[in-house]
Design a protein around this ligand. Structure first.
Ligand code: PMP
Length: 343
């Protein structure tokens, strides 16, 4: 990367191999397509779609549907090209050079990239040894480092750990730092604290259509917060970034959220079933409130899975993340992994 500026020397491109054959359990996608009613309603609206016009820059229709769903005002919502875009824009909008960003680690790898792009300092806060959240570690780090921004992902990618509402409130209330709460996987948890988004001056919640709503293909995410924070994001965001077709499909999806509930429950049940089987098989696997499990395996098991065209995500030090697939996909996965069970 000859032209990369020197401060980015350690940066590695985010790379995920595109796989279109086999059992794909490496990107936390849903094994289900969106409900047929959502797709049909999208198709119907295409008849009158003005392909010759730029999309609505303010994403009004979608913001309104999201606002209705969460019982907030539409001025308290903004949409972007995945939550990725909104997170990156917020980092760029809020951070000055050398400002400090605190984030639990391991977490979503792009947070560090966004901090680097904003020329900020990224500081990692440790989880407990069992990879549960340690709120005290965060509170201590806030006191010591006086960060400008705090990044929290719950349920956390890649570990699946869930931070209690009480602890989130403690973190938000203990400083003036801007807290970004990434709830990409919250639909798979038992509680949802999106409502906190409009209660505090220093909190922004990020959610996405890419996971439980099964629409990663259209790249839409959204943020909810007090109007002043939403205005900040909108001031920096590129105009017309979200496509018109994506706006329509996402609107249909959120308006029909109840049609997704059955599939979300299947995924949650499968996750809990898989967790129990793997744990009983002697694997070190962590409790998860997301649509994936984080566990220790080894190269031999990983390679065996690849030979069987089953793809999971590999991390450092023999840690792996398995996205929960369909019932049949999970059976196929277990057929391979359980050959290596210790019990
Ligand atoms: N946050 C987390 C924790 C994620 O895992 C992801 C996707 N892997 C994103 C944000 C980005 O999601 P999207 O841009 O598709 O909305």
């Amino acid at each position: 990367m000859k032209y990369l500026k020197t401060s980015f020397n350690k940066m590695e491109p985010y790379f995920s191999k595109n796989i279109d054959e086999g059992i794909i359990l490496n990107a936390n996608e849903s094994p289900f397509n969106p409900p047929i009613e959502v797709i049909n309603s999208f198709k119907e609206s295409l008849e009158q779609f003005a392909f010759n016009r730029y999309p609505d820059m303010q994403c009004e229709m979608l913001c309104e549907a999201i606002a209705k769903h969460f019982n907030v005002l539409k001025e308290q919502v903004t949409c972007g090209v995945g939550s990725d875009e909104l997170l990156e824009v917020t980092f760029r909008a809020a951070l000055e050079v050398n400002d400090k960003v605190l984030s639990f680690s391991p977490s979503f790898s792009m947070y560090r990239v966004f901090a680097d792009l904003a020329l900020a300092k990224f500081i990692e806060v440790k989880f407990n040894d069992d990879l549960t959240f340690c709120c005290d570690n965060m509170l201590k780090a806030i006191k010591k480092e006086n960060p400008k921004l705090i990044m929290i992902c719950s349920p956390n990618n890649p570990t699946g750990a869930f931070l209690s509402e009480q602890d989130i409130i403690k973190i938000v209330e203990c400083s003036n730092a801007l807290v970004l709460l990434d709830l990409a996987y919250i639909d798979f948890a038992d509680e949802d604290y999106t409502y906190l988004a409009t209660q505090y001056d220093n909190l922004i919640v990020y959610r996405t259509f890419s996971k439980a709503l099964a629409l990663p293909s259209i790249r839409v995410g959204y943020a909810i917060s007090k109007k002043t924070n939403i205005d900040m994001i909108n001031a920096v965001k590129a105009p017309y970034s979200v496509t018109g077709l994506s706006l329509i499909l996402a609107t249909k999806a959120i308006e029909n959220y109840n049609l997704y509930e059955n599939n979300i429950n299947i995924i949650k049940n499968e996750r809990d079933k898989l967790y129990t089987i793997l744990k009983e098989g002697g694997f070190l696997v962590y409790p998860s409130k997301a649509n994936f499990l984080y566990l220790k395996l080894n190269d031999q098991i990983y390679n065996d899975l690849v030979e069987n065209k089953i793809y999971i995500r590999k991390f450092k030090n023999d840690f792996y993340r398995i996205t929960i697939g369909s019932v049949i996909e999970n059976i196929e996965l277990l057929k391979v992994v359980m050959k290596y069970a210790k019990k």
